[in-house]
Design a protein around this ligand. Structure first.
Ligand code: IMP
Ligand code: MG
Length: 183
């Protein structure tokens, strides 16, 4: 698994993330926001995005896992995440989100099952505003409609790693977003 192909180089990511940060700054001028990042993939995106936002801000983290929908990393690579649709919370936020401006930060929007689940979880906290920022969007794989407010890049149906995204927990530290060949 050495022939990873660069799909989005780090300078393009940086430019796009800066623009997303400016958009968020403009949308919440004079207010505070709380970034809620989805572990672990969104950690790198959160770090860069948040530093491009000129607002009073705090961080929190939320964790999810899917029930038996990922037989193995190799299966996921070949066929994608054939989820049965069951997502489970493994870590809830540490702070109250009530009346806060919440920006949910996710690495990639694929089938939409994770984000539609998390949207329900966060809306139950009764935030003042709720927005979703996703670095990547793979619309061809969508099973559940999810409205994203800030999207970095729309990509084809490829398995990607780097910039926080993993394959069997590896490659999160790659600076570029790369495609893993399916065989
Ligand atoms: P969804 O619930 O199908 O939208 O899945 C979103 C989650 O699937 C992301 O948070 C990632 O953890 C994972 N995922 C989906 N596509 C990829 C990919 O191409 N590379 C790495 N992880 C992915
Ligand atoms: Mg993830």
């Amino acid at each position: 698994m050495t022939d990873l192909k660069v799909l989005i180089p780090q300078d393009k990511i940086a430019t796009r993330v800066a623009a997303m940060g400016e958009e968020i700054t403009g949308d919440f001028t004079g207010e505070s926001v709380i970034f809620v990042a989805v572990l672990k993939g969104a950690a790198v995106f959160l770090a860069d995005l948040a530093r491009q936002v000129r607002l009073d801000a705090t961080f929190d983290f939320i964790g999810v896992s899917s029930y038996s929908s990922r037989p193995s990393p190799a299966h996921e690579l070949k066929y994608g995440w054939d989820s049965t649709g069951e997502v489970r919370l493994t870590k809830d936020v540490d702070q109250s989100l009530r009346d806060r401006n919440v920006i949910l930060v996710e690495d990639i929007l694929d089938t939409g099952l994770t984000l539609s689940f998390l949207k329900r979880v966060i809306l139950a906290h009764q935030p003042r505003a709720f927005r979703i920022a996703a670095l990547l969007d793979k619309p061809s794989r969508r099973k559940e409609p999810v409205q994203c407010d800030y999207v970095g890049f729309t990509i084809p149906d490829e398995f990607v790693v780097g910039y926080g995204l993993d394959y069997a927990e590896r490659y999160r530290n790659l600076p570029d977003i790369c495609v893993v060949p399916r065989e």
